[in-house]
Design a protein around this ligand. Structure first.
Ligand code: MG
Length: 255
């Protein structure tokens, strides 16, 4: 069921969004060669606590998982697409790392992700990051009165096509707000006019995941990390977006 947020929930989401965006930016500032992903998770946890909020992913148990997620931050390096668990891995010059963070602020949930370079990265990886970020912008720009979730997927897919990058299959954006994952399903590819209609008061997370190769992913033994099947590098950007009264989008996870 798609939940239309109340005025009070929208007001709280508007306050929480910039808090999450600032925290993720601070975590990104700590990314450099020699740092472990566990250190980044510690920074995220401390900043969330300092802001009086709660990490949304810590101890969250998705459907089908056999244990709750053990960290606040999600760190997915190079060929890892999403759901990488922070640990003893040391970041190296030339890596790319996706930082995905969910926040509970004053009873409401927000979701936000960026992918950042570790030191100097290859030109092809720079392009992957920049196209994925632009694909997110294109998806958001497809939101207008009468639009459907399919319009978002179609906009992302049409934008990405000329660059010959892969769009990860089987993973999508989602509703967010009362829970970290809600209806509707928000695809990163598909047909115009398909799927649920976007209505004022809906809040969705849009999150294109692109790769330099295959579109298929495989799950690692940790039960969470998803990697590209061919080892190609992947990037992920995500914003939580409100459908405003006039039918146009407002990015919440920004400051
Ligand atoms: Mg998400």
């Amino acid at each position: 069921m798609i939940i239309i947020k109340t005025d009070s929930e929208i007001a709280r989401l508007r306050k929480g969004g910039p808090i999450l965006a600032r925290i993720l930016q601070q975590v990104a500032h700590a990314v450099k060669p020699g740092v472990t992903t566990k250190t980044l998770d510690g920074i995220a946890y401390a900043l969330i606590a300092e802001a009086g909020c709660t990490p949304a992913f810590l101890n969250y148990k998705p459907d089908g998982a056999d244990r709750p997620y053990p960290a606040s931050l999600i760190t997915s390096i190079n060929s890892e697409v999403v759901h990488g668990i922070p640990g003893t891995t040391i970041l190296k010059e030339g890596d790319i790392i996706a930082l995905d963070l969910g926040l509970k602020h004053d009873g409401v949930f927000l979701d936000h992700a960026i992918t950042v370079p570790v030191g100097t990265i290859a030109a092809k990886d720079k392009q992957l990051l920049s196209i994925t970020k632009s694909a997110l912008d294109e998806g958001i720009a497809a939101i207008k009165p009468g639009a459907t979730v399919g319009d978002i997927g179609h906009a992302i897919e049409s934008f990405v096509k000329p660059y010959k990058l892969g769009i990860v299959r089987g993973l999508s954006g989602h509703g967010v707000g009362r829970e970290i994952h809600e209806d509707p399903y928000v695809p990163n590819y598909g047909k115009k006019g398909k799927g649920d209609k976007l209505k004022p008061g809906m809040v969705i997370a849009i999150e294109p995941m692109l790769t330099r190769g295959a579109e298929e992913v495989i799950q690692m033994k940790d039960g969470y990390t998803l990697k590209t099947i061919d080892g190609s590098r992947s990037a992920h950007f995500e914003h939580t977006v409100l459908i405003k009264e006039d039918g146009y989008p407002e990015i919440l996870t920004i400051f």
